[in-house]
Design a binder for this molecule. Sequence first.
Ligand SMILES: Nc1ncnc2c1ncn2[C@@H]1O[C@H](COP(=O)(O)OP(=O)(O)OP(=O)(O)O)[C@@H](O)[C@H]1O
Ligand SMILES: [Mg+2]
Length: 112
Amino acid sequence: MKFIIAIIKPFKLDEVRDALSAVGVQGMTVSEVKGFGRQKGQTEIYRGAEYTTNMVPKVKIEIAVSDALGPRVVETIAQAAKTDAIGDGKIFVLELGGAVRIRTGEIDDLAL
Ligand SMILES: Nc1ncnc2c1ncn2[C@@H]1O[C@H](COP(=O)(O)OP(=O)(O)OP(=O)(O)O)[C@@H](O)[C@H]1O
Ligand SMILES: [Mg+2]
């Protein structure tokens, strides 16, 4: 299994979520976060506000998926979140060692 963490522009969340549902993702966790990339000191516009600090609001999506679905999920996020402007975000892929669906006791792929 893979654990995929994507940092994206907040306004792209609905589009990314819909695209992921369409490829079979069953669940995800979403958090509001702040971060910075390479443009330290440069401005980035978010909702009309210029961020001259290094911290820009982003959305973090966390998704556990089967190994089979992993590449598709990464491609889908990359396409749906892309605007071609700076700050479009990043996708990190981790190996996932286990998963449990608490209600049923199913484990690993069956738990996702
Ligand atoms: N190396 C990193 N480690 C952890 N989080 C990162 C890293 N790089 C970027 N992020 C997160 O992703 C967000 C968006 O990064 P961003 O897209 O600006 O990266 P970038 O390398 O500056 O690319 P670009 O030149 O397209 O802006 C950051 O605000 C931060 O939350
Ligand atoms: Mg950047």
